[in-house]
Design a protein around this ligand. Structure first.
Ligand code: SF4
Ligand code: SF4
Length: 380
């Protein structure tokens, strides 16, 4: 495993971090985490050099922190830098900060969270949390020893990102970055901006929610031009690791094969290691995906559950896949054959709840309309 300095904090952190948004579950129920398998995966990763484990209050419907807390006893807690996030959306007043933190310590079965992030800072939550007393809370939490270092995770435009970076003496930050999103949200400009100010930078969504690693004949044809054989996820991880400003790359791993492959990749990836030809090949794949990915959903699931039962990310995925794989009939078959009436995009009542939670700021209600229209068009 390669290790990098975590910005001005100076800790040596593993280039691969264990993300816990996509843990193995029973029967596809996100809340019903397979604890035995999760524990094995996390411990395997730690035994093979991963020393950064990241979770968050809302992951797996509130069960991810508890699962991580169950995986770390037996000497593993001491071997990792443990990160989780203040659930910004649940802060309605100054008293909420400390209550939420105390609950998170209990969930994780620990007395200290090493790296504490303010979750999903954007133009909406940044002023709201400041008003509620965020900075006093950060000082209190650090002084009490309940948290070590404080940073923020981010989804918004670069101008807001810079405003937040400059708005407090942060220790680190977490941004979305992959070879498709170099100019999206904070992007490469944000990475370099934060690193230049001494912040450790953690990367999330390195595979764009899995979109850029799905088996894809168009992409395979382009990857085959390279002199080396790599899986799509290896290409994606190496593109990020090529930036010296990156400290940790999170991967939400749910299968042992993924853990093994990612550890191998991150045991060899170094800044500046990709050749010009390799960058050109990645650029070609990027151009191809830009042409075919119509909706920028990362399948994070934050918008779920829909109170009316609409399968939001799956509906958007079906739409994308139809263009990506030229399979309108297959998408149509799934939509009409496997979705219930309740699940379908047409059941959206436009309550707007999902849109308030989407970190990609997608106009979900309009998109669902588009999906349903397309499916009806194909059916006719
Ligand atoms: S806007 Fe539609 S899809 Fe979104 S939560 Fe409301 S009913 Fe569900
Ligand atoms: S629509 Fe938004 S919140 Fe829902 S899964 Fe996609 S990116 Fe996540």
């Amino acid at each position: 495993m390669k290790y990098r300095k975590f910005g001005k904090i100076g800790d040596e952190v593993s280039l691969l971090g264990f993300g816990t948004m996509r843990l193995p579950t029973h029967n596809g129920n996100p809340k019903d985490i397979d604890l035995e398998k999760t524990t094995k995966l996390i411990r395997y990763a730690i035994d093979h050099g991963v020393n950064y484990v990241d979770t968050a209050w809302p992951y797996h419907g509130g069960m991810s922190e508890k699962a991580v807390g169950k995986a770390l006893p037996g000497g593993y807690r001491e071997k990792v830098h443990l990160a989780t996030r203040l659930p910004s959306r649940l802060v309605n007043g100054p008293d909420d900060f400390d209550k939420l933190l105390d609950k998170q310590l209990e969930n994780l079965g620990t007395e200290r969270i090493d790296y504490y992030l303010i979750h999903t800072l954007n133009r909406k939550w940044w002023p709201k949390l400041k008003e509620a007393g965020l900075f006093d809370f950060i000082k209190r939490a650090k002084e009490s020893g309940k948290v070590g270092y404080v940073g923020f995770s981010f989804h918004d435009t670069i101008d807001i990102f810079k405003d937040i970076v400059d708005g407090w003496d942060w220790d680190f930050c977490q941004i979305q970055l992959n070879f498709m999103d170099e100019e999206y949200q904070a992007g490469v400009e944000g990475l370099k901006y934060a690193a230049a100010k001494g912040l450790g930078v953690v990367i999330m969504e390195p595979l764009k929610g899995g979109k850029i690693v799905k088996p894809n004949p168009r992409a395979e044809k382009i990857w085959a031009k390279a002199d080396v054989v790599r899986t799509p996820s290896e290409w994606a991880f190496r593109w990020i690791a090529d930036f010296p400003e990156v400290s940790v790359v999170l991967s939400g791993m749910g299968e042992l094969e993924e853990v093994v492959e990612n550890i191998l990749t991150m045991s060899d990836a170094e800044p500046g290691k990709l050749s010009r030809k390799e960058h050109e090949i990645i650029g070609e794949v990027r151009d191809m995906y830009r042409k075919y990915i119509k909706i920028q959903c990362t399948a994070c699931g934050y918008c779920m559950p829909c109170p009316y039962g609409v399968r939001i990310p799956r509906s958007l995925e079906l739409y994308n896949d139809m263009f990506m794989f030229d399979t309108p009939k297959e998408a149509n078959r799934v939509y009409w054959g496997f979705f219930t009436e309740e699940n379908r995009a047409s059941n959206c009542r436009k309550c707007g709840l999902c849109e308030t939670k989407c970190p990609q700021d997608l106009k979900i209600m309009d998109l669902l309309e588009l999906v349903d229209e397309k499916m009806r068009e194909i059916k006719e």
